[in-house]
Design a protein around this ligand. Structure first.
Ligand code: PGA
Length: 253
């Protein structure tokens, strides 16, 4: 059966020393608190801190993910980081298609599909983001938008490859705004996404896919969000920058 997952997306925050302190605090929290067998914790720091985090993760209870990856194998692509490089640093997960990358760096579903392929080729599990902007929600287009993102970004995969995918539904109007989707809004879209997967790959694959919610998820609202049958955890931005808040979210299942 699918796992509960809490993944921290640190975005472009923290100096090296601050990142080191956050990881140390996380480990302290994880030693004190029992998350149970079925909850996985992932942290996604900026690229320069990946090695520090994977070094710590060898001894502890979280896995490490990157926040982005190149769609190319290797070569003259200044500033890019390949999936092969990430794999060589024991990075196990990578966020792809975050709305900030779609909005500020022009990432399209076609590019996201290529990044997903690079990651899978290197045994890294993609955490693929989808979600509508406010105008789309107000126009009642959220299902259409999410269907396009999932279909064009992921449905070229065969069932075995799709089994490695983690999905994060993040309504853009809820990211960093303090405005959270209601548990009913989250459940509605998560069930819709699971239905799309079931239609394409069958019920077993759909039942085994973890679908995370993201967008102003915090200790005070995590419990009611995670209580929904199709919400399998969260992709946490702001609240992942404080160890205690992040682990309290992980305790909310
Ligand atoms: P937030 O970010 O929790 O700060 O809203 C979530 C995300 O963008 O992944």
């Amino acid at each position: 059966m699918r796992k509960n997952i809490v993944a921290g997306n640190w975005k472009m925050n923290k100096t090296f020393d601050e990142a080191d302190e956050l990881v140390t605090n996380l480990i302290e929290q994880l030693e004190e608190k029992d998350l149970g067998e079925n909850t996985d914790v992932i942290i996604c720091p900026p690229f320069p801190y990946l090695e520090m985090c994977t070094d710590y993760s060898n001894e502890s209870y979280f896995a490490v993910g990157a926040q982005n990856v190149s769609d190319r194998d290797q070569g003259a692509f200044t500033g890019e980081v390949s999936a092969d490089m990430l794999a060589s640093m024991e990075v196990e997960y990578c966020i792809v298609g975050h709305s900030e990358r779609r909005a500020y760096y022009g990432e399209t579903d076609a590019l996201i599909a290529k990044k997903v392929d690079q990651l899978l080729k290197n045994d890294i599990r993609p955490i693929v983001c989808c979600g509508e902007v406010l105008e789309e929600r107000e126009a009642g287009k959220q299902f259409e938008v999410v269907k396009r993102q999932i279909t064009d970004g992921l449905f070229h995969l065969d069932a075995e490859a799709f089994g490695k995918i983690i999905i994060a539904y993040e309504p853009v109007w809820a990211i960093g705004t303090g405005k959270t989707a209601t548990p009913e809004q989250a459940q509605e879209i998560h069930a819709f996404i699971r239905g799309l997967i079931a239609e394409k790959y069958g019920k077993e694959v759909a039942d085994n896919t973890s679908i995370l919610y993201g967008g102003s998820c915090k200790p005070s609202n995590a419990k009611e969000l995670f209580a929904n049958p199709d919400v399998d955890g969260g992709l946490i931005g702001g609240a992942s920058l404080k160890a205690e808040d992040f682990i309290n979210i992980a305790l909310a299942f």
